[in-house]
Design a binder for this molecule. Structure first.
Ligand SMILES: [Zn+2]
Length: 259
């Protein structure tokens, strides 16, 4: 099982991952908060990242919302997924993580799921994305596309026949989103048939809080043994997105527990 962490894009991603003993790293290819979702620039360390034995996965911009019913957000979001997947491929990445997204009050969820389908349908006409898309479950909101098992089921009804639609399970988001982590891997696999990546994070908040605040593995409201069991059951690459000061300890702890 490949274990690693999210690392800063601007300060030697490979060196950082090597220092903590990671097998894979996650990084951005553009400023994740930039509302303009600019075209990614080639990373200065591209050759080193490509040739390193450390695997790479890319996390897309937070602002992306391909489900949105608002054209002025959905259209640039689609383009950003295409461009960030291409940038991920340039780094030799295994996939691009994209949040499930959400709609606004009073909007019809069915249209949001249909928009997810259209993302893959339109790209299939162009030969597909440069890397698979790992759709990540999210913590909050009443109109999220991938918060609850029920919404993930509806999402998979829409995208499940596209090979490039993968799934990223975030444990903090599932907990905060009100899904019991015990047995969750099996319940999700029953729906999606796959888990491509795990974001293994503890939570600073209570179950079903709807809040997205990550904690170090032994330092939140989720029992660390429950988190370890999720990683074991998923048997997929694991990325820690835990507070930076504790992430090396988290990685060492996880390795020891899984050994
Ligand atoms: Zn995550």
């Amino acid at each position: 099982m490949r274990l690693g962490a999210h690392v800063r894009t601007d300060t030697d991603p490979i060196g950082t991952a090597e220092d903590m003993g990671a097998d894979l790293l996650q990084m951005f290819v553009t400023d994740p908060q930039d509302r303009k979702m600019p075209k990614p620039e080639p990373h200065p360390d591209t050759d080193r990242i490509r040739s390193s034995p450390i695997d790479v996965v890319v996390h897309s911009s937070y602002i992306i919302n391909v489900a949105s019913l608002n054209n002025r957000l959905r259209m640039p979001s689609r383009k950003a997924v295409e461009l960030q997947a291409a940038a991920a491929a340039d780094l030799g990445a295994i996939g691009l993580v994209v949040h499930g997204g959400h709609l606004g009050d009073g909007e019809d969820d069915a249209e949001g799921f249909a928009n997810w389908r259209k993302l893959f349908e339109r790209q299939a006409d162009k030969g597909g994305f440069a890397v698979p898309i790992f759709i990540e479950n999210t913590a909050g909101g009443d109109h999220a596309m991938a918060r609850t098992l029920e919404s993930i089921e509806r999402l998979w009804d829409a995208v499940g026949d596209f090979d490039q639609a993968g799934f990223c399970l975030d444990t903090c988001h599932a907990w905060a989103g009100g899904e019991d982590l015990v047995g969750l891997v099996e319940r999700i696999r029953d729906i999606t048939g796959r888990i491509d990546l795990v974001h293994l994070n503890n939570s600073r908040d209570e179950f079903d809080s709807g809040r997205d605040r990550h904690a170090n593995l032994t330092d939140g409201h989720i029992g660390s043994e429950v988190l370890v069991e999720v990683a074991r059951a998923a048997s997929a690459p694991v990325i820690l997105e835990t507070p930076a000061e504790g992430v090396a300890d988290d990685l060492a702890f996880l390795r020891e527990q899984l050994a």
